[in-house]
Design a binder for this molecule. Structure first.
Ligand code: SF4
Length: 493
């Protein structure tokens, strides 16, 4: 599931709820369907979970919140679903953090990612835990780890068990019933997770993105390595490399779409990387630039690359596509039924600024094509003479099984059409994608450190590769997948 996670521990027994609260609010873009807090005090877990965005805490309710979530260790989660059902009841049941208990051993987890081999793992959990209820993948991670702890294994061995038996993406932060605070990343490090501390060195934290450390005025320490476990005690961080020589495969889509521009990966702001994306597309498409008068962006992710396009092309960046500040859902992470009704309400065009103009519009990605199509329709109605789309993330040709909700070939316009075909479908005069090489270079990484599966078909984990291959054959034979394939017993059997 697409999620944002945050966890904090304070050594002077001060409540950590405010840190977790701001840590989640800063990451609400990673999941808008539900939010949850869990704190630890006197060997007890305290939780609060609800649907929608992290709420504002009114002044007269502050005391109530502190009373509800006491303790000096806490974790939290914002979520949108890529596993389990999507109705309100199922979403609230699948809201994290999750807690599991067996024979008096307790464990609480907050998780970002998606497990691919869920079917055999669920079976194992049902066999070992008669009361096991599956609401989301975190239940599997939590119970799998708990099973190892029950067998007398220590925390590093339990984390190893999880890392070796799960196929998929998982960045995790958690608290044991004994108050051990920890975090780990899957052996490919597909999802982000970083660590930091407050300037006084009294509070330590884990976060999906660095923006949540910044919002808490924390110092960033490091990004966890793939296959690494970090435990925190009053003596500081203890870093343990559980899986040796892992093959890193960080999600490239984080740079193009998912992460906040003011977060940093490898010390570089996502914003700067997106600016480079914009410069790259200009270099790769000089003819289109010559034929254009102005640039526009699809706010807000497209704004960052628009700056690069503006600088490299010299074209005026007209701020003529405006976004409704309080319609906060990101179109791509909305459910199908929500998507069509919201995009139209979210973006408005200043008609006189585009009337009679040849326009380049910068877009972070094209998944289904419907968002871009609505905006192009609006530009046409406003009198734009030509509309070209500069897309920073290369053509998405395959599904993601790692926590981004594009799980079938059928829903991806890029799996069926090349750039020319997509331009026709969305009503553009041309669609120009950034090349793979330019994208990779701008991230500062090398190809063998990134996941590029949805744009090149090479999945970093074996189960995902197998599923993609099976699905592709079925898709080419005309079969329409009706559900997420990683939840299908038929394919995993
Ligand atoms: S398949 Fe695409 S979206 Fe999914 S983790 Fe890999 S790069 Fe990210």
């Amino acid at each position: 599931m697409g999620c944002g996670i945050f966890g904090a521990i304070n050594y002077e027994n001060q409540p950590v709820f405010p840190y977790v609260y701001w840590g989640l609010r800063a990451q609400n873009h990673r999941g808008h369907q539900s939010h949850g807090f869990l704190t630890y005090s006197d060997k007890e877990f305290f939780t609060y979970k609800n649907l929608d965005l992290v709420p504002k805490v009114k002044n007269d309710a502050i005391k109530e919140w502190f009373g509800r979530l006491p303790g000096s260790i806490g974790i939290g989660n914002v979520r949108y679903t890529t596993s389990g059902k999507c109705d309100d009841v199922s979403i609230i049941q699948g809201t994290q953090p999750v807690v599991a208990t067996i024979d008096g051993i307790k464990l609480a987890l907050s998780f970002n990612g998606n497990i691919v081999n869920t079917v055999p793992l669920k079976k194992e959990m049902f066999e070992n835990f008669p009361d096991f209820v599956y609401s989301c993948d975190s239940d599997i991670v939590c119970n799998k780890m708990l099973l190892a702890l029950k067998q007398g294994k220590d925390l590093p061995s339990a984390a190893k068990e999880v890392m070796e038996s799960l196929d998929g993406a998982f960045s995790v932060t958690g608290i044991t019933g004994e108050g051990d605070f920890f975090a780990f990343k899957d052996p490919h490090g597909i999802k982000p997770l970083c660590a930091g501390h407050d300037p006084a060195g009294k509070t330590y934290a884990f976060s999906s993105e660095t923006v949540s450390l910044d919002m808490n005025s924390f110092v960033r320490d490091f990004e966890l390595k793939p296959g690494e476990l970090v435990t925190v005690s009053k003596d500081g961080f203890k870093r343990i490399q559980i899986i040796q020589n892992p093959r890193p495969a960080f999600c490239t889509f984080e740079y193009a779409y998912f992460a906040r521009p003011d977060s940093r990966f490898n010390g570089k702001y996502v914003y700067e990387i997106r600016e480079d994306f914009g410069r790259n597309i200009v270099k790769e498409n000089p003819d289109v630039v010559k034929e254009s008068d102005i640039i526009l962006s699809v706010p807000e992710t497209g704004d960052d690359s628009a700056m690069g396009v503006h600088e490299a092309s010299g074209l005026r960046w007209e701020r003529a596509s405006r976004r409704h500040r309080y319609v906060t859902e990101r179109a791509f992470i909305l459910l199908n039924v929500e998507r069509f009704s919201t995009i139209d309400k979210k973006i408005n065009i200043l008609g006189s600024k585009v009337n009679g103009k040849r326009v380049i519009i910068t877009e972070d990605s094209i998944v289904r094509g419907d968002t871009t199509k609505v905006i192009i329709d609006k530009l046409r109605k406003a009198g734009a003479k030509k509309v070209y789309v500069f897309v920073t993330f290369p053509r998405i040709i395959g599904p993601c099984f790692y926590g981004i909700d594009m799980s079938t070939y059928g829903q991806l316009v890029g799996s069926r059409h090349d750039a020319e075909g997509i331009a026709k479908i969305i009503g553009a005069d041309g669609v120009c994608y950034q090349s793979h090489e330019a994208l990779i270079a701008a991230t500062g990484q090398t190809k063998d450190h990134l996941c590029l599966a949805c744009i090149n078909g090479e999945y970093p984990t074996p189960c995902a590769q197998k599923m993609a291959d099976v699905m592709k054959q079925r898709f080419l034979a005309g079969y329409q997948e009706k559900s997420r394939i990683y939840e299908s017993e038929e394919v995993q059997a």
